[in-house]
Design a protein around this ligand. Structure first.
Ligand code: SF4
Ligand code: ZN
Length: 122
């Protein structure tokens, strides 16, 4: 056990939409009985990449005692592309483009690096 940052999911707010599952490259989050759960704390690196994805604001980061992050095990998790993730402007998928999570008008969206300049410069 060690004290470190780890993701916390508020079950009251979570709707079980599943949007946080694929963005977690380490495979630490799964939907169980309609709620997102950190199924294996050793797979959560506490980077909080999933926070911006959640449309309900159900995910936060807390510092507490837990098992150490297991990098080898996290890297060994099966990786598969998620076809539900694509650029909201041009529709490009993660198989061909770099996608970045953004927030706009209280919505969680993905945008590709090609479309970002048009968001910045209008
Ligand atoms: S994105 Fe948020 S609301 Fe959706 S399953 Fe994950 S924690 Fe729950
Ligand atoms: Zn795009």
């Amino acid at each position: 056990m060690e004290k470190r940052l780890i993701v916390k999911i508020d079950e009251e707010k979570c709707t079980g939409c599943g949007k946080c599952v694929s963005p977690c490259a380490e495979g630490a989050i799964k939907i169980i009985n309609g709620k997102a759960k950190v199924v294996s704390e050793e797979l959560c690196d506490g980077m909080g990449y999933c926070i911006g994805i959640c449309p309900e604001g159900a995910i936060s980061i807390e510092e507490r005692h837990t098992v150490a992050f297991n990098k080898e095990k996290a890297e060994a998790q099966p990786k598969k592309p998620d076809l539900a993730i694509h650029c909201f402007k041009c529709g490009a998928g993660e198989d061909t483009h770099y996608l970045i999570p953004i927030r706009h008008k209280m919505e969680s969206l993905w945008v590709c690096t090609r479309c970002i300049p048009t968001l910045i410069h209008g």
